[in-house]
Write a protein that binds this ligand. Structure first.
Ligand SMILES: [Zn+2]
Ligand SMILES: [Zn+2]
Length: 1020
């Protein structure tokens, strides 16, 4: 007869199996079928945060991609209609710096020499290459998206939507050109914004020069202020020295003024309060350079002066530091900007002209030493910000940048965030903190291939802001015909008519912050305010031919906005989640998302960051080949998203080992199902097997319902870690309890047992399919030949009411068995040694379960009753009891130590007026001579460890059975094959149990032979 189930190999070959499934999905258009199936169903709106299109897929990016896919698959199984639009981030520093490296260019000048047109073409080429690579790899990971209809942030459509946003912002009066000190990357030649500094890897440990420098006082002969700096290059820009007005300062014998608290062991000739120093004039360290001509240096008061480090006197250079700049404004100090965009000294800095800030450090130290102004020089280790894109240490520079003022929108942002559900919840508070403290948004970057800011300031004073391409065309007076896409250099050649005076005006050359590109997505991709849907309408400008995405109309936006869910790394709180929120609140007054899941960083298996140069970087491609996508996904999903993940091949092997329990259980069903000619019934998946179930079957059915309920709850809370945990426990119960306890029934081809096991396995596979889609699909297709073609077309298993009593009873039984094994182990008794007696205290067990315990623990008798232990020791469980009892903990601990307590039912204890629950105490019981005791959670078992000749003989029989069954396997015998056994004469005693041995080994005959030293078997 034809077998129902195709047989399974002993272990799965994950990568090969996955390739087969991918091909099959493709051939059968399974994803398309799923979308058709759910069309018109309730909507679940997920908006994808764009992945930067300048690289191949790394295992760190695959974590987020996996989480997105898991929840989209789960929602699809529950019938939700979804969009599945993938996004690529395509312009700004990310792309530019990569292309610069490829071309070997090292500065903005070199890019200009290379040619902006060619540079733009190169950027587009990188995006096209990376988008293709990422698409292929994400498909391999199993991510189901509407590939080919992706959004690209560098499309004209996306840029136009940002223009519209900026126009709105301008109309609200929030847009301004600010003259400020900002973080600046000298290599990239641009300012950066506050939120960009919150990205991982920006702050790095580094050693900088530490200089103590004398500033000679002008009105006090041979007296000096001593300042401390770790940025020597800022000294030529010094204009003031700040003191804490409240602190005490003293003059040392050598004439040097410092804060008293910084030099506790020094003696001072004169002591003054800081406020008494204010107004003193001094000679600046570089007064002789042309730049400092006419600058009067003086001491100013500042509350922020640190008395934790340095000398308590702070060197102030408003042109080279943010706090200095702010202080300078308050005090009306002059601003010296010492370095240009590339971080090199301007001409009026004399011999420093052309020197970079880094190279200047040693030269300045040497110069100060020669002029006897250097008190001390050393190195200082600190965390210092670096460019998130090119890793260059940042400097501070004063420049004109475009800002969006945030004060008016701050409260609306906080109100909108209050409507969002964050996972984990405390990150909502972190977003609040950021929103409360963030500064104005610096949106301009002095770069090339980015969002062109549509600002046309006219000499008449009018700032013209263009809100769309149509408006640009309408107002253009020159250059519109050559406009290929909304990027430099083409856009720069378009001049427009000033709306106030009618003169021609040029655009500013700046491009926009990349977070504008990604933040606009809920508007640009959903067709906000777009009058009619345009087929392929998103494939505009640079994204032409890369995407076929439509531009929907406003009605569509109404349907899909706001997003029900978004998910990215935690650092995106200040980045993407923030720019999404900002732009949405500015345009609509509402939050753009309802629920957010954040996750942490990916590290290597040893807990170090992954770096190409450290040789520990794992490429996704390598991971697909060596572990398979399912195993990767399992690694990601078993991880609490609130902790950094440790990713590597050793953890992957561990996962593979654990997944084998599922594989072996399915294989067990397939093998015995085929032997017993078992025919699964699809109806069983609806209400459970409708048959004369034995108690253990009823338990497995209830246990399966429990899994479905637990997993549903976990998915709804976005906790994959709970999905994985409940699934692994379920498979453990199924394999180590149900199958083991029912083995004999399977040997006999018991149909009810087969039906029950089939039901549990199939429901389990369905529940776990979002996490592990390939293996689940493979097993579904093996197990359910007549069902839905794909597990993803079968919907979500129904949640049934569970038999809680039954679950509790078996739970208790299993707990006793576990304790029994512990007691055995601590007495050094192997599992195959039968024993006389087990006493169980504190568990409610029926006779039927007592029989199961006898079997499992190989004891002749299970007795329910008090365990007479010689000694009971109870200690407080400090992490739990400490917070509960507070001051009274000490007294309780003493009472427990001296035995002044009363044991209550259920593992509780009374000490004085306190009742301590089972989880609040640690209980230790030591058994009497000849007994081994174990206890936990109020249940205690005592195992009689005394052996007699009868028990010893039975142990030998069990050893033999074990050996023979291993030999059967080794010889490749089928599960149903009968055998003949020949034993050495020395094992003749074992024949007292001949029938037992025959039954356990499927032997038809047992002989002895004096010439043998080991047992032998042959097929009968
Ligand atoms: Zn940089
Ligand atoms: Zn004008």
């Amino acid at each position: 007869m034809e077998q129902v189930f195709a047989p399974l190999p002993p272990v799965p070959d994950h990568p090969r199996l996955e390739e087969e499934i991918l091909q099959w999905w493709e051939d059968e258009q399974v994803f398309q079928q799923l979308r058709d199936l759910n069309r018109g169903g309730p909507k679940w709106s997920f908006i994808d945060g764009p992945v930067t299109a300048n690289k191949t897929l790394g295992v760190h990016t695959a974590w987020g991609r996996t989480l997105k896919d898991v929840f989209q698959r789960y929602k699809a199984l529950r019938g939700f209609d979804q969009r599945y639009q993938n996004g690529f981030d395509c312009q700004g520093l990310w792309i530019e710096v990569g292309v610069e490296r490829q071309l070997g260019l090292n500065s903005k000048h070199e890019i200009e020499d290379y040619g902006l047109e060619k540079f733009a073409a190169k950027c587009r080429e990188v995006v096209a290459w990376s988008a293709a690579e990422l698409t292929r790899a994400c498909k391999r990971l199993g991510q189901w998206m509407d590939w080919g209809n992706d959004y690209f942030t560098f499309s004209d459509t996306n840029i136009e939507y940002i223009w519209r946003f900026l126009k709105v912002v301008d109309e609200k009066g929030w847009l301004f050109l600010g003259h400020r000190s900002t973080e600046w990357c000298p290599r990239c030649g641009t300012s950066l914004s506050q939120h960009e500094l919150s990205q991982a890897g920006v702050y790095q440990e580094r050693a900088d020069p530490s200089l103590f420098v004398r500033f000679p006082l002008l009105d006090r002969e041979r007296e000096y202020l001593v300042v401390w700096t770790t940025t020597p290059w800022t000294l030529p820009a010094n204009v003031a020295a700040a003191v804490d007005p409240e602190a005490e300062y003293g003059r040392r014998e050598n004439g040097e003024w410092v804060a008293l608290s910084r030099y506790p062991d020094a003696t001072f000739d004169e002591v003054l309060r800081g406020e008494q120093l204010v107004g003193w004039r001094y000679r600046g360290p570089y007064d002789h350079l042309p730049a400092a001509e006419g600058i009067e240096h003086r001491v100013v008061a500042w509350d922020e002066v640190s008395l934790e480090e340095g000398t308590g006197i702070v060197h102030i250079a408003p042109g080279a530091g943010q706090e200095d700049f702010d202080l300078g404004r308050r005090e009306g100090l002059p601003v010296l900007t010492p370095v240009d965009e590339a971080g090199r000294f301007y001409e009026d800095y004399g011999w420093l002209h052309g020197t970079s800030t880094g190279d200047a450090a040693d030269q300045i130290a040497g110069d100060l030493r020669e002029r006897a102004l250097l008190v001390e020089a050393g190195l200082y280790e600190h965390r210092y910000p670096h460019c998130w894109r090119c890793d260059t240490p940042l400097i501070w520079r004063v420049a004109d940048d475009w800002f969006i003022g945030v004060d008016e929108v701050r409260q609306p942002l906080l109100d909108a965030n209050a409507t969002v559900e964050w996972t984990p919840p405390h990150y909502g508070k972190r977003m609040d903190d950021w929103l409360r403290n963030m500064d104005d948004w610096n949106i301009s970057r002095r770069r090339f291939y980015g969002l062109p800011l549509p600002f046309y300031p006219c000499s008449c004073g009018q700032l013209n802001v263009i809100g769309s391409k149509a408006e640009l065309e309408e107002r253009a007076v020159e250059g519109i015909e050559q406009l290929e896409e909304l990027h430099r250099p083409w856009i720069d050649r378009v001049l427009i008519r000033c709306e106030s005076c009618g003169e021609s005006v040029k655009r500013v050359t700046e491009v926009g912050d990349v977070w504008l590109d990604a933040g606009i997505v809920p508007f640009s991709t959903l067709g906000w305010q777009n009058p009619e849907s345009i087929e392929g309408g998103y494939a505009t400008g640079a994204s032409r031919e890369l995407s076929h995405a439509d531009l929907p109309d406003h009605a569509y936006w109404e349907e899909w906005f706001p997003a029900d869910w978004v998910s990215e790394m935690r650092e995106q709180i200040r980045l993407w989640f923030y720019s999404l929120m900002f732009m949405s609140v500015a345009l609509t007054g509402r939050a753009p998302y309802r629920q957010v899941l954040t996750f942490e960083k990916l590290l290597d298996a040893e807990g170090r960051e992954m770096h190409g140069s450290w040789g520990n970087l794992i490429d996704a491609e390598e991971a697909f080949e060596r572990m398979g996508a399912d195993v990767m996904r399992w690694l990601y999903c078993q991880q609490p998203t609130t902790q950094n993940i440790r990713f590597g091949f050793a953890p992957a092997e561990e996962v593979k080992r654990r997944l084998l329990t599922l594989w072996n259980s399915v294989k067990f069903l397939v093998d015995y199902g085929n032997i017993g000619d078992f025919r699964p019934r699809l109806d069983d998946l609806e209400g459970g097997p409708d048959a004369e179930l034995q108690p253990l079957d009823r338990w497995l059915v209830a246990r399966t319902s429990q899994l479905v309920a637990d997993a549903s709850r976990a998915y709804e809370s976005f906790l994959t870690v709970e999905v994985v945990r409940s699934f692994e426990e379920f498979v453990g119960d199924l394999s180590n309890w149900y199958i083991r306890r029912s083995r004999r029934r399977f040997w006999d081809g018991d149909e009810v047992a087969l039906r029950t096991l089939w039901y549990a396995l199939v429901q389990g596979v369905r529940v776990v399919s979002p996490v592990m889609p390939f293996l689940a699909e493979h097993l579904w297709r093996k197990l359910v030949p007549d069902g839905a073609e794909s597990v993803f077309l079968a919907g979500w298993p129904e949640e049934r009411k569970q038999d809680e009593d039954l679950l509790r009873e078996i739970g208790e039984t299993r707990r006793v068995v576990r304790l029994g094994h512990i007691a055995r182990q601590s007495a050094g008794l192997k599992v195959r040694q039968p024993l006389r007696r087990l006493v169980v205290e504190g568990a409610r067990l029926s006779d039927e379960h007592a029989a199961e315990i006898r079997d499992e623990l190989r004891v002749k008798e299970v007795e329910l009753g008090p365990v007479e232990a010689t000694q009971l020791r109870v200690k407080p469980n400090l992490p739990v009891l400490g917070p509960k009892l507070g001051k009274e903990l000490g007294a309780v601990r003493v009472a427990l130590e001296t035995g002044e307590f009363e044991e209550l039912d259920g593992g509780s204890f009374r000490v004085g007026e306190h009742e301590l629950g089972p989880d609040e105490v640690l209980v230790e019981r030591t058994g009497k001579e000849g007994w081994s005791v174990a206890s936990a959670d109020g249940v205690t078992v005592a195992l009689d460890t005394v052996l007699d000749p009868e028990l010893e003989l039975e142990a030998l029989v069990l050893d033999l059975v074990h050996l023979i069954n291993a030999m059967r396997k080794e010889q490749g015998l089928e599960l149903t094959d009968r055998i003949r056994i020949t034993l050495p004469e020395t094992q003749k005693d074992l024949l007292q149990h001949e029938d037992w041995i025959k039954e356990e080994t499927l032997a038809v005959e047992i002989d002895t032979d004096g010439s043998l030293s080991e047992p032998q078997i042959v097929k009968a």
